[in-house]
Design a protein around this ligand. Sequence first.
Ligand SMILES: Nc1ncnc2c1ncn2[C@@H]1O[C@H](COP(=O)(O)OP(=O)(O)O)[C@@H](O)[C@H]1O
Ligand SMILES: [Mg+2]
Length: 341
Amino acid sequence: MDNMAIVTEGLTKKFKDLVAVDHVDIEVKKGEIFGLLGPNGAGKTTLIRMLCTLTYPTEGSASVASYDIVKEAGKVREHIGLVSEKMIMYDRLTAFENLKLFGKLCNIPKGTLQKRIDELLKLVHMEKWAKSQIGTFSTGMKQRINVIRALLNVPEILFMDEPTLGLDPQSTSEIREFIRNLNVKDKATIILTTHQMIEADMLCDRVGIIDKGKIVALDTPRNLKRIVAGADMTSVDVDIPNLTNEMVTTLKSLSGVVSVVREHETHLLIRARGEDAFDMIIDSIRQNGGKIASIKSLEPSLEDVYLHITGKEMRADVKGKVKSFQGDGHGPMGGRRSRVR
Ligand SMILES: Nc1ncnc2c1ncn2[C@@H]1O[C@H](COP(=O)(O)OP(=O)(O)O)[C@@H](O)[C@H]1O
Ligand SMILES: [Mg+2]
C-alpha cells in the first residue's frame, strides 16, 4: 500500500434517496495524474469532497496519504490541497492578501509563507498583480490565484475539481501546462475531475469514468480507447452542404448507427458499429440526395468510450458547453487525429 496515494473501498454517499457516489473502489498511485471523467451530476465533486474530508461518507472507507478520511481527517488535510469548483476568495482583498489569509489558516509560518506566495505568484505569471484586488480580475486570473492557493502548504496530493471550467482558451492551456509541470517537476499526485474528454486524454495517466455515482471504467486513456476499437466502433465526421433533417433521421434509423450529432448546420458526427459502417453511411447520405463535401473517420476518443460504455452521449448532458469542447477536440493540442480515407 506504500505506493498508493489514495485507496477507497466501497465509498458511498447518499443524499436521502439519491446515491451520489455509489460503492467506489479506486486506487490512485503516488505520482499519478488520475482523472475522474463524467457528465454534470455524475458524483465527481461529492467524491472529491469526501476524500478532502469536507463531507462524511455514508458507507465505505478511504485513505488519503495513508490516513483514514474519517478517523484521521486532520492528518489528511495536512497532506492535501484542493482547488475547488467554487472559488472562495475575497474580492476586496488583493491577491497577496487572499493568499496570506489562507496560508495563515494552514498554519504556515510567516517567513516561509511570504516566500512561498512570491514563488507561486511567479509560477502563474501573476507577480505583477499581487497588490491588485481580486475583484478586478478576469476569471482566468482568479483561477490562477485559486490554483496556487491550494499549493501554499506544498501538498503531496492535489485535488482539482474542474480546474479549467469556464476559462478562456489561453488560461485553459496555461493551467493544463501548470498541472503537468506540478506533476513532473514536483512529483505531486493529482486527482482531477473534468467533463472534458480532451482534458482527461491530454493530462491523465489513468482515467476513471464515472456515471451516476459508479465507476464504470478505469484504465489509461489508451487502453480505454482500445475497448472501443475492439468493439469495432467507427466515428465518422462528415460535411454535407445540402444536409436535411430527413438525411439525419434516416441515418439515425440505420441498424449499426449508435448516434448522430449535428454539430453545425452542415456537419454531422456519426458513431456506428460494424465493419461496413463507413460505406453504409455514405450510401445512405447519397440515396437521400446528399452531397458529401468531406468525410473522414476518426480514431476513437474518450467520448466514444463513454458512449460505448454508458450507451449515451456525454455531450448531451453538457448542453451549452458543447461548443468549447468541440473546439478543443480539433485544436492544435487535440488528442484526436483523424484518419482520412
Ligand atoms: N449537498 C447535496 N444535497 C443533495 N444532493 C446533492 C448535494 N450535493 C450533490 N448532490 C447531488 O448529487 C449528485 C452528484 O453531484 P456532484 O457530485 O456535484 O456531481 P458532479 O460534480 O459530477 O457534477 C447530483 O445529482 C447532485 O444534485
Ligand atoms: Mg462537480
